[in-house]
Design a protein around this ligand. Sequence first.
Ligand code: PMP
Length: 451
Amino acid sequence: MSTTQELQHIDRTNVWHPFTQMAEWVQNDQLIIESGKDNWLIDTEGNRYLDGVSSLWTNVHGHCVLEIDKAVQEQLTKIAHTTMLGLASVPATELAKRLVDILPDGLTRVFYSDSGSTAVEVALKIAFQFQQQAEKGDPNRTKFISMQNAYHGDTIGSVAVGGMDLFHATYKHLLFQGEKVTTPYCYRCPFGKEKANCNRDCFQHVEDVLEQHGSTAAAFVIEPLVQGAAGQIMHPEGYLTHVRDLCTRHNVILIADEVAVGFGKTGTMFACEQENVTPDIICLAKGISAGYLPLAATVASEEIYNGFLGKHEEFKTFFHGHTYTGNPLACAAAIANLDYFEDNNVMEKLQPKIAHLQNRLATMLELEHVGEIRNHGIMTGIELVQNKETKEPFETATKIGHKVCIEARKHGVIIRNLGDVVVLMPPLSITLSEIDLLCNATTEAIKAVTE
Ligand code: PMP
């Protein structure tokens, strides 16, 4: 194997990293991960780091999970890949049933792809085509309503329904137009309210948007409960139900993007469960294969699916499909992932961990520069501010959030920031003592950088 220095050289010379200012990146020595075990990452020098963001919110049971390793190895002895165009495979077929069994009732038709972005693209195209061509569709419904600060992926369609200027504004001339709903970001309420005296103007606002644009909207896209990439912005209780009711009232298809929140991260298997909401289409990725292989699923209701049946062959086909759609290895990993959830009572065992995490976070809120801590399940955003009283942010150029994450490595923890929000999203398999380590390291790092 190449030495660390050789790998770093190649990385600087030949690799282009995602979401990375490369001019800055190449000035530093890179930490190169060689292996992983349980909730830990091990670099090429043998240093161990707690994986505080489950390798981008994905490795829900940590790394090298024996049962999932075995399932992938076993599938390898049968077949690694076969197409779903004109054929079906054993794992993709079995996984569809397993997903339908655990999803909110009414979501029955599984369309595979390979990333969160493509899961959203598929949902947008299904919704659009349904409106254009299905008997119950309405061709005047061409718009998408989505949320400000939304993140749905990096392909052009998912960027169009995104709402983060930093990531999305550059591409605005490439994007189809839609309507954006102002985010209910309670810490910095866009309606000028404080939580204590609020009349839920955000509920009225989304109602007004639907009133005005509902008749021309194909679908409403939302990250249920938590807008992850925006900095773990957590919507007020009942907001999702309200959006569901409005979509039903205005005949707008509701697309729930559970790419980030799905597979246990909010404390239930799916975030929609917490408000008893069944979307018309749900998007799944990340935790679906426990971080083993790229896989995504867009699952639609029977009514949406039925819109694609009928006599007019050319209209009734959904013209979409990637080469790796429903890859058998990835589906085998996903089935083993679901088995692991069940066999190990992952969701039951998670509850005391969430309680412990919340206790520890309460202490962290006392730090001078911690403005707000948002938490739902194990999803956590720690918003750092210059001034706690006025909520004045740090100067962007100080890159405080980034510095905190780099500092945390000295304490043996890998975490990642979104601007000045430090994100903790450990694997569901994290132990109580690892939660302590995660919180201690984060606290020390915040203190070291801000004081
Ligand atoms: N939707 C949401 C809510 C996400 O958080 C993400 C990724 N963070 C995506 C879509 C895109 O997923 P991927 O990176 O797999 O394309």
